[in-house]
Design a protein around this ligand. Structure first.
Ligand code: UTP
Length: 297
């Protein structure tokens, strides 16, 4: 089995209830960090990792995502006429090569595991990456690129892992791994949302995976697990039990949980502060409102 990864699955069929009412008509993945939709960051990360085949698992009401990656000829010709070269380049960078993205529908939101399983015929018999666009990760080297490089050496199945404070562990899936400073750790088990004080480590699973087709077979006939959903982590847990061929990869970078309102707002501020065209004005505004709030207390 090759350890080269060229296919990535983007499960974007969730209902995004935490962002209602916005997600009544806008897919969560179209929400922007400053001026780029979440899905654009995910695609850019995949491209930087050498991904050439992109599979979107979508659902009803997600057509804005398909339109976003289409050419926009009218807009392009207006920008050309007005000599807006920079904007034109910005726009062109979002176009995808014909046939690079394939779409498959998840007809019912039965869970992340089920969403990935819906892509099984498009994935075929090769290892594939899974990117959850609402986990946005910044860093010198894109997270998936770090993982693809490590994967080329060791193969198997790999999940991205991040250290979390002990009092936050119960919000995550936590890895049972030997204590080590190594970036890549063999996984002995996983505990979904452990009760306070019972987490086997401080390493939480984050939304980047590299998986073998065996995971898709594990998902065949998979029962609903936590939250009544067909869980991807259950299929990976089965793989740990059957082959032990699962690794946690401690990536370098900062992760923003853009699936939650607080995480999304933090990312918005962090991304805006990293932009030279916005930094000074925003920084001054943040200082001003903090000072006003402190004075009022
Ligand atoms: P979340 O757990 O964030 O669920 O899904 P959600 O529906 O997107 O959002 P909330 O919790 O209702 O606010 C994690 C990822 O799995 C995808 C989502 O689109 C998101 O990328 N997903 C989840 C599916 O594609 N299908 C599902 O049935 C469930």
């Amino acid at each position: 089995m090759t350890h080269r990864v060229t296919t990535a699955v983007f499960p974007v069929a969730g209902m995004g209830t935490r962002f209602l009412p916005a997600t009544k008509s806008i897919p969560k993945e179209i929400l922007t960090l400053v001026d780029r939709p979440l899905i654009q960051y995910a695609i850019d990360e995949a491209r930087a990792a050498g991904i050439t085949e992109f599979i979107f698992v979508t659902s009803r009401g997600k057509s804005a995502l398909e339109d976003y990656f289409d050419c926009a000829p009218e807009l392009e010709s207006v920008l050309k006429q007005k000599n807006k070269t920079e904007l034109l380049e910005l726009l062109e960078a979002t176009n995808m090569e014909s046939g690079a993205i394939a779409y498959v529908r998840q007809h019912q939101a039965l869970g992340l595991g089920h969403a990935v399983w819906c892509a099984r015929h498009l994935i075929g018999d090769k290892p594939f990456a899974v990117i959850l666009p609402d986990d946005v990760i910044t860093g010198e080297e894109p997270c998936l690129k770090q993982m693809v490089e490590a994967y080329a050496e060791i193969g198997g199945n790999m999940v991205a892992a991040m250290e979390v404070p002990a009092d936050k562990a119960s919000a995550y899936g936590i890895l049972d791994v030997p204590s080590s400073v190594s970036r890549c750790l063999p996984v002995r088990g996983m505990v979904e949302k452990p009760a306070p004080g019972s987490a086997p480590s401080n390493l939480a699973i984050i939304g980047r995976y590299i998986l073998t087709p065996q995971i898709l077979r594990n998902l065949d006939g998979q029962q609903r697990g936590a939250g009544g959903e067909i869980q991807l982590t259950d299929a990976i847990a089965l793989e740990i039990a059957n082959s032990g061929n699962v690794f946690g990869y401690r990536f370098q970078g900062e992760r923003f949980d853009c699936g939650s309102k607080a995480g999304y707002l933090q990312a918005t501020v962090a991304f805006a502060l990293s932009r030279p065209d916005l930094r000074d004005e925003l920084e001054a505004y943040l200082h001003q409102i903090l000072a006003t709030r402190q004075a009022a207390q």
